[in-house]
Design a protein around this ligand. Structure first.
Ligand code: MN
Length: 182
């Protein structure tokens, strides 16, 4: 299945030295600075159970190339630690119309369809005072009996668990300008 009008998405499992383990959920979206990965940090990651709500804190937009990264971000660099591409694929906004990241400021929720290797079907993001809430919408893909982050912990690219990546997989050194992955 491929989605019409699709853009890419990626979820990186990030074992960060400072922030601890979390999932970086990133949707490709046009911004005023061109196409970026609009990003949210989710402590426990996404769930396929429509009864589970996960707090998703919006973080900085990332350049498209970071969606392809897995490996080690050097100690001292922003986002230092290890990361894997936990899931990737394409997605489509269902409603309301969101054509640019700035449209996110005008909405209180949006529905979108994911076509990843692990995450599939319709999801909802709801804006709250504390941040966004990500939750699965009930459909043919939703499932209360699987715990997808525990049942499917490996990279969809290398098959590695996050603690198994090495510098050979990818490496972001400490630099004085630019940034790593938050
Ligand atoms: Mn992160």
């Amino acid at each position: 299945m491929s989605l019409k009008g699709k853009s890419s998405f990626v979820v990186q499992k990030h074992q960060a030295d400072k922030a601890g383990e979390h999932y970086d959920f990133r949707l490709e979206m046009p911004t005023d600075k061109g196409k970026k990965l609009v990003s949210w940090a989710i402590r426990k990651g996404p769930s396929m159970d429509p009864l589970v709500k996960r707090l998703a804190i919006q973080t900085s937009d990332h350049d498209m190339k970071y969606g392809k990264f897995e490996g080690i971000i050097e100690t001292g660099q922003y986002g230092a630690g290890k990361t894997i591409i936990w899931d990737a694929g394409d997605y489509k906004i269902i409603k309301p119309v969101i054509k640019n990241k700035s449209d996110l400021e005008k909405v209180t929720m949006f529905e979108f369809q994911l076509n990843g290797k692990k995450l599939k079907g319709v999801f909802i993001m709801i804006k709250t005072k504390r941040g966004w809430i990500l939750k699965k919408k009930k459909d043919s893909y939703s499932d209360q009996n699987i715990d997808i982050t525990k049942d499917a912990p490996r990279s969809v690219v290398s098959g590695k668990k996050v603690d198994e990546v090495t510098k050979k997989d990818g490496y972001i050194p400490v630099v004085t300008s630019g940034y790593g992955i938050d």
